[in-house]
Design a protein around this ligand. Structure first.
Ligand code: AVI
Length: 319
């Protein structure tokens, strides 16, 4: 067998995880990129988080989409091509597509073909008459719709869940600018964004009583042990959710419970008791802040819908 054929397809991913971990753990303030939270176990735990009583974003956004669906449909008009950035299990797409007026095609975009397949088949099952055309691409980079949206009257980007909040503000602007390029002139974008609120509500949402978010966070260390040969002792770290008022974000940290050393990639990383690894930021917006981000990326905010408690927002942007 040739070297190329015998290569493990997971190897480039493991190498990238290792490189990010070596860089992040060497920094003055230790950090790990949040994208590595989502292996199979992390994805399962995140699904569980979305059903927790304390985690309000998912059910609040679903409520807004349900309540404001007819208005959203009127604003978008008939014949849309819906392009979803990172479709997850496709559940929110089904909800949106059912409300829209005669959408012509659903284009889920993700770098992981297996996730795309799950979303595509869920949508195809729920809406058998709709054309479904998955696009394998890194949605944080510009991508080419290449005729897939033919026959549509408008291109509607869909980025729910406040995943925008997991980007740094400058990254969020870059993402929105690239999305505008990919969707092309005259496109619209339906964007979910979480809003600033009582710190106690945020704290509970990111540090739930059942410990699911803690397990989600700690799974990152378990993943480094599994895939990068690290020797983290998981009992030596605790989950913390911290509100960073200056940056308007809730941060997830893994905090060393005692002094310890960890081996990874032939190196030794030392932790003093209380040292933390910052694993995720989830930015919470004031509406005018989100509007400014969108405008900096060349979008115009047309409408913002929210829930009665003002917890979450869904925006229609126009390019
Ligand atoms: C995926 N993302 C929008 C979630 C959030 O709320 O920032 C990830 C998450 N982290 C902890 N709980 C949920």
């Amino acid at each position: 067998m040739s070297g190329a054929l015998s290569r493990d397809p997971a190897e480039p991913q493991r190498a990238a995880l290792m490189a990010d971990a070596l860089t992040g753990l060497s920094a003055m303030r230790k950090t790990l990129p949040c994208k590595w939270l989502y292996d199979a176990e992390g994805t399962r735990l995140f699904e569980a988080i979305t059903n927790l009583p304390e985690y309000y974003p998912t059910r609040t956004e679903v409520g807004i989409l349900e309540e404001c669906g007819p208005e959203i449909a009127r604003a978008v008009g008939p014949g849309a091509a819906v392009v979803e950035f990172g479709p997850g299990d496709g559940a929110k797409a089904v909800q949106l597509l059912r409300q829209l007026d005669a959408p012509v095609v659903y284009l889920p975009v993700d770098i992981a073909p297996e996730w795309l397949a799950a979303a595509a088949s869920r949508v195809a099952e729920a809406l058998p008459a709709l054309r479904v055309q998955p696009v394998v691409a890194d949605f944080t980079q510009p991508f080419d719709l290449a005729g897939r949206a033919e026959g549509s009257t408008t291109h509607l980007g869909f980025f729910p869940g406040s995943t925008i909040g997991n980007f740094e503000p400058t990254e969020a602007v870059t993402f929105l600018r690239r999305a505008r390029t990919s969707l092309r002139a005259g496109a619209r974008m339906l964007l979910g964004a979480d809003l600033v609120k009582d710190i106690r509500v945020l704290q509970a949402a990111y540090d739930d009583a059942a410990g699911v978010t803690a397990a989600f966070n700690l799974n990152l260390l378990a993943r480094l042990n599994r895939e990068a040969g690290a020797d983290f002792d998981l009992s030596g770290f605790g989950h913390e959710a911290r509100w960073n008022a200056a940056a308007s974000r809730i941060e997830m940290h893994l905090v060393a419970r005692r002094a310890q050393s960890v081996r990874l990639g032939g190196r030794v990383f030392r932790f003093a008791a209380g040292d933390s690894i910052h694993t995720e930021s989830s930015h919470k917006y004031h509406p005018e802040h989100l509007r400014a981000l969108a405008e900096a990326a060349g979008w115009q905010a047309i409408t913002m819908w929210t829930d009665p408690g003002g917890k979450f927002s869904v925006w229609l942007l126009e390019s």
